[in-house]
Design a protein around this ligand. Structure first.
Ligand code: NAD
Length: 438
């Protein structure tokens, strides 16, 4: 699959079926826009290294199950590989390759001294006990002991992984190394060298990018409505920051379903989260204390929610949510991609014709990896920054990245995604040339 699906000639065969091909189509569009050096294209069209594992786990019941796991190290021309680990029943090599590729572009967009990687274990964490989850995480760490490390490849949380899981990786990796090595992962607990502000970095950073866009189009945040898909780490912190600036969240969905505020007043995200924990949003109700108010909210599937009227649609769940099948029905004039790859290549073309602005993932959710970089620097140099310091440094980095991309978008008349890729590809090309690779 690796060789067969990455050549230019194989686009037609795999198109529409593969997330990685959708990512490569994005690369190809940008490569054409900037007349990319042929050698750089050759290097970037396939991952440097794919690690595929079968991890046995003795369940609490005594039954042995084997789980598929991956780590894709896409490119490290600009520095150590960097990218999260995802636990998901649909995790696949194709998905992890695409995510590792986007990390390579994203780290270059944010001008961080990192390459790109991603990891995944194909499992539904809700079906494992905590003890089983810990055991599997430790066995994944042991299998990757020679491949990850503070100066080689630095994982982080992604979908269904969190600080606690990163803590188990730090412990296992440190035990194997014979010394405490907190910089092997980012997004870990504060008690193990985690950073203030990292947890909220992706969502908060995503909101700062939206603020920059609103400034450019001269729209008041207080007059802006948002529909948000995904209420995990990224979606939650985005909503918190948005509310602080007066933006109204009028629709939200999790994996089970969504609610839409018919009145356009806006929701209190903490109350929604409390409902989600107690009943799930699929109930279509919004509970405050003991009184359940279903009158003001419309219950919708998460697919329907994407098509509801709003100023900004924020997919913050998984990739492939806006496709050629529903792109025509999207009503929001702006899409802020907080998830990785929520809009497929074909959907991009339809949205472009409808003049919908797509703020690409490699910029919109880059706050996460910038926050991770801050954590890593603190670990390596023994610094301890306050949350304000971390967030303000992150804001500066994102502001610089946004300006470079907006400039390329305006001057070269490129879509924001293509502009972001062009900025990143120039940096990658410089590093590849500096190393003598091309
Ligand atoms: P998470 O596991 O904390 O949350 C995922 C959320 O998506 C959950 O609320 C889940 O219910 C919801 N969801 C899943 N399937 C859905 C569906 N079909 N419809 C609606 N909602 C659905 O994950 P996260 O860390 O918030 O990551 C979300 C996205 O952001 C992913 O694409 C991830 O790769 C990307 N991302 C995360 C970070 C980070 O720092 N965590 C950084 C950059 C990008």
């Amino acid at each position: 699959m690796r060789k067969g699906s990455t050549g230019l000639g194989s686009f037609v065969v795999f198109k529409y079926m593969s997330i990685f091909q959708s990512a490569l189509d994005q690369l190809k569009t940008a490569a054409q826009a900037c007349n990319l050096d042929k050698g750089v294209w050759e290097v970037l069209k396939s991952p440097q290294r794919i690690i595929q594992l079968s991890l046995p786990l003795k369940r609490d019941s005594g039954v042995v199950e084997v789980f598929e796991a991956y780590r894709v190290q896409y490119n490290n021309a600009r520095g150590p590989f960097k990218g999260g680990i995802r636990f998901h029943p649909e995790a696949s090599l194709d998905e992890v390759m695409a995510l590792a590729f986007w990390m390579t572009i994203k780290c270059a967009v944010a001008d961080l001294p990192y390459g790109g990687a991603k990891g995944g274990i194909k499992l539904d964490p809700k079906t494992l006990s905590e003890h089983e989850l810990e055991h599997l995480t430790r066995s994944y760490t042991r299998a990757l002991r020679s491949d990850i490390g503070p100066k080689t490849d630095i994982p982080a949380p992604d979908v269904n992984t969190n600080a606690k899981i990163m803590g188990w990786i730090v412990d296992e990796f440190s035990n194997l190394s014979g010394e405490f090595k907190p910089a092997v992962v980012t997004g870990k607990p504060l008690s193990l060298g985690g950073s203030e502000g990292r947890e909220r970095a992706t969502g908060t950073g995503g909101f700062y990018i939206l603020l920059e866009v609103l400034k450019k189009i001269k729209k008041d945040p207080k007059e802006t409505t948002v529909v948000l898909q995904g209420l995990g780490n990224v979606g939650y912190w985005f909503a918190k920051e948005a509310a602080k600036h007066g933006v109204k969240i009028i629709g939200v969905a999790d994996s089970k379903g969504g609610i839409y505020d018919k009145r356009g007043v806006g929701m209190d995200i903490d109350e929604v989260m409390a409902t989600k924990k107690s009943k799930g949003l699929s109930a279509g109700c919004y509970c405050n204390g003991s009184v359940c108010d279903c009158n003001n909210y419309q219950s919708l599937s998460n697919e329907e929610l994407l098509e509801m009227p709003c100023d900004v649609l924020v997919p913050a769940a998984l990739e492939g949510q806006i496709t050629r099948d529903n792109a025509e029905r999207i009503k929001a004039p702006i899409i802020l991609e907080l998830a990785n790859g929520p809009v497929t290549f074909e959907a991009d073309e339809i949205l472009n014709k409808k003049e919908i602005m797509v703020v690409p993932d490699v910029l919109a959710n880059a706050g996460g990896v910038v926050g991770s970089y801050m954590e890593w620097v603190q670990n390596l140099y023994g610094y301890s920054w306050t949350e304000d310091e971390v967030i303000s440094r992150m804001k500066d980095k994102l502001g610089t990245a946004f300006n470079a991309i907006w400039q390329a978008h305006q001057e070269k008349k490129l879509l924001l995604r293509t502009a972001a890729f062009v900025v990143a590809l120039k940096r990658l090309e410089d590093s590849l040339k500096g190393r003598g690779t091309v």
